[in-house]
Design a binder for this molecule. Structure first.
Ligand SMILES: [Mg+2]
Length: 191
């Protein structure tokens, strides 16, 4: 049996942020929102609750999880990681719309993403504990801090994490946009 690892979906495997940016810029021309200037985790903290709600409403209408866009190199990296680990996806995206769970499973299957289990929950540290995960990959600082009490948690370095990263001694993954992040993990794990 292979060791199990936990992986978040949004902004680790799937690029929901770019889709939110595209919708936002269409709704509010001239604002020029980009990944670089999106420096808070929640869009509402950068803009307003009303604007975030509007963007989320459109995402839900589009049933966004049925056709997922991938983070660069995610698909290949997951396929390679799956050779050494059993992949468990742990996501809290189910709240966005009624069929989010089934659309997620449909999309992962359609895109031939290898995994053994998927958990829909915000209690990610609990899953890390109950499933005895060897390590976890996240983009949400709050989750990462909780999970890292249970197992090593790698946090993707996004502009919205940067300020907090400086204050917290977490395991940070940089450069994942530019290369197979499988390679980054292998380098770390072999040390
Ligand atoms: Mg995420």
């Amino acid at each position: 049996m292979k060791p199990k690892i936990g992986i978040d979906l949004d902004q680790v495997v799937c690029d929901i942020q770019q889709q939110m940016i595209d919708i936002y810029n269409q709704l509010y021309p001239g604002e020029n929102l980009t990944k670089k200037n999106w420096t808070t985790y929640y869009l509402r903290d950068l803009t307003s609750k009303e604007r975030e709600d509007k963007v989320l409403e459109i995402l839900a209408e589009k049933r966004i999880y049925r056709n997922m866009e991938f983070i660069p190199h995610a698909k290949k990296s997951l396929q390679k990681l799956a050779q050494s680990f059993d992949l468990c996806f742990v996501t809290h995206r189910e709240w966005l719309y009624e069929k989010a769970k089934q659309d997620t499973v449909y999309s992962l299957t359609k895109d031939e993403i290898p995994y053994v289990r998927i958990f829909f929950t915000e209690k990610k540290a609990r899953v890390a504990k109950s499933e005895h995960l060897k390590f976890f990959i996240e983009d949400n600082l709050k989750n990462a801090l909780e999970i890292s009490q249970v197992c090593p948690c790698y946090l993707f370095d996004y502009p919205y994490n940067r300020e907090e990263i400086e204050k917290n001694s977490l395991l940070i993954i940089r450069g994942f946009e530019n290369q197979d992040w499988w390679n980054l993990f292998m380098q770390i794990l072999e040390k």
